[in-house]
Design a protein around this ligand. Sequence first.
Ligand code: AMP
Length: 396
Amino acid sequence: MKILVLNSGSSSVKFQVFEDDISFVSGLIEQIGEENSAISIILRDEKVVDKQIEIKSHFDGLQIAANYLLELGVVKDLNEFDGIGHRVVHGGEYFNKAMLVTDDVIEKIESLQPLAPLHNPAHLDGIRVTKKLNPLVPNVVVFDTAFHQSIPAHAYMYALPYKFYEEDGVRKYGFHGTSHHFVAKVAARMLQKDINSLNAITLHLGNGGSVTAIENGKSIDTSMGLTPLEGLIMGTRSGDLDPAILFYLSRKKGYDINELDKILNKQSGLKGICGANDMREIHSMAESGDKKAQLALDMFYYRIKKYIGSYSAILGRVDCIVFTGGIGENDDIARLESCHNLENLGIKLNVEENALRKKVAREISSDDSLVKVFVIPTNEELEIALQTQEVVKNSR
Ligand code: AMP
């Protein structure tokens, strides 16, 4: 099946074309509506388009991309795709799996706008454009939150007045679900286990980061919450903190809500502590003796360890821990430090194997480790393509 996968942001659209589970085209439309808007396309590992061009809207951008796909012979007709899979950040409580796009689905995604004000409107723009450009192709929405809809109430509720849940939807939703689900399925295959009997802790560590506790193949808790701000220390996000810090800073410094939002989301995390948010830069700063960089790293590892410990407690039996995302896949020191001294939880790394650089899914735990530790490259676009194929097949 030929599937187009779209990830539409407010000023950019990433796209990828899959033939079954192989991607042979990927592209990026960026700075939509800005002066320096551009499009680039990679076809079978070769950059075939890299152009600054006026792109006023998502429609313009996708129209230009579609013309290139025709010109490059990726498709002969825009209706040739078997399905178009759209990444959607927030599915709220409505969606626990990928869905075929209908008017009702669009209305529900629209109604979730207050929970994802930047993302959901951009995804809807993408859907509206493909409905025009590819009118005969079914659209499918794949939600970042869907995998976490299995989390039980005692884990997703915040201890606030209950009316905020009922009236305003205040609860933990979790994110990165497509990635956690994807790597869990790969881990199950590596353990030769049915996914429905897999207990795992999956760590998606990128610029944004989250941990998920998976019991019998289902998410039962995750570190991100109502928004992606909760949980781990991230590139520029604080993760968990005492909420009273906000009242204190507001009263003492006079910050308003928008300023506090910016501070916690854009100026905190690793960047807030040491001024940098790229792990490679932070490591080299720490190596040259920058104490704040070392502190940022120590805080980062410590928070991950606390989550591994608490999720080991709620799971009881842990078959494996999975590292994924830019940091999880590439940063052997982060993996080593986050698993350091966890032998009491049955977690022991093979230090040599961990230090090797490989781009494939692999085990990095020692032979006597009770819990297997894996590094598994994530592939959210592939997961979206596979789920889209599934939904399209079932709808025929
Ligand atoms: P992502 O958001 O998944 O693309 O991940 C971005 C993060 O991965 C950034 O903090 C990068 O510094 C980090 N990263 C990428 N490559 C490496 C590497 N080789 N070593 C350490 N961190 C890396």
